[in-house]
Design a protein around this ligand. Structure first.
Ligand code: A3P
Length: 296
């Protein structure tokens, strides 16, 4: 029956102007009332920013480099996704989180104004991962094609407009990255960048470990690096989502571990799209100190 349900793309609705799967909107009251625990660690991102990558780094640090322990379950079981409500009979991320013993690591794609207030009340640590909009747009386009749980992206040119107008699941990239940026100094938020992970994985792992208050020996650090390179993760069924059936993630359309690069947008943006993007970007980002790199 799930296979049948997944034959058509699910409906989307909105919460405070943010497009979300209708199944998520339908249980919004419950999500908003979610009870965080003080030792919860929340990994929050705009989709395609490197969520899975950071989830695996965090788990490797928590498991002290024990690769077998990190293989205990797929990443989506180890880290409940609180704003995901797949069609029945699959459990919602919320139910999975509630059933999980502490300490929990949780995932969300929500913009900061929609994060359940309990996370702030409990002063939970949050790792926010950001990635430049051009690469996100390309990555998200392919992801919406292959993920049958999201709305159809349409053509690349239609998608370009939808993305710029925030008419994609979880809304505007601009508002998302800026909203979290503005909160980072007044809350326990570690704000990191995909481009920095690509450039200096070692340095960023050390930053993450320090935020998690975990010591990393040179040997352990080396293990985390080896286990979380793009190639290692592409080949690891516990993080590459090949454990999901193809009627949910159709990896013949586009693999979850697609390119793993900075600058792939250059293979997709036309010159005109790039000019239009840069004009719009300058307007939308004029009031912020937040800076992204679109190439390394
Ligand atoms: P691409 O589609 O550009 O390849 P998320 O986990 O937030 O959905 O992000 C997925 C994106 O992160 C994909 O980007 C994926 O390839 C990339 N990614 C995942 N693991 C990675 C790693 N270890 N190194 C580099 N990129 C990685």
């Amino acid at each position: 029956s799930l296979r049948l349900t997944m034959q058509t793309r699910p409906e989307h609705a909105e919460v405070e102007g943010i497009p979300l799967a209708k199944t998520t909107c339908d249980m919004w009251d419950q999500i908003w009332r979610f009870k965080a625990r003080p030792d919860d660690l929340l990994i929050c991102t705009y989709p395609k920013a490197g969520t899975t990558w950071v989830q695996e780094i965090v788990d490797m640090i928590q498991q002290h480099g024990d690769v077998e322990k990190c293989r205990r379950a797929p990443c989506y079981t180890r880290v409940p996704f609180i704003d995901l409500a797949p069609p029945k009979p699959l459990p919602s991320g919320l139910e999975e989180a509630e059933a999980m013993p502490s300490p929990r690591t949780l995932k969300s794609h929500l913009p900061i104004q929609l994060i359940p207030p309990s996370f702030r009340d409990q002063n939970c640590k949050v790792i926010y991962v950001a990635r430049n909009a051009k690469d996100i747009m390309v990555s998200y386009y392919y992801f919406q094609k292959m993920n049958k749980g999201l709305m159809e992206p349409g053509s690349w040119s239609e998608y370009f407009d939808a993305f710029q107008n925030g008419k994609v699941p979880w809304g505007s990239w601009y508002d998302h990255v800026k909203g979290w940026w503005d909160a980072k100094d007044s809350q326990r938020i570690l704000y990191i960048f995909y481009e920095d992970l690509k450039e200096d994985l070692r340095g960023e792992i050390l930053k993450l470990a320090q935020f998690m208050e975990q010591e990393l020996s040179e040997e352990l650090l080396e293990k985390v690096i080896q286990h979380t390179t793009f190639q290692a993760m592409k080949e690891n069924p516990m993080v590459n989502y090949t454990t999901l059936p193809s009627f949910i993630f159709d990896q013949s359309v586009s693999p979850f571990m697609r390119k793993g690069a900075v600058g792939d947008w250059k293979n997709h943006f036309t010159v005109a799209q790039n000019e239009s993007f840069d004009r719009e970007y300058e307007k939308r980002m004029s009031g912020t100190s937040l800076r992204f790199r679109t190439e390394l």
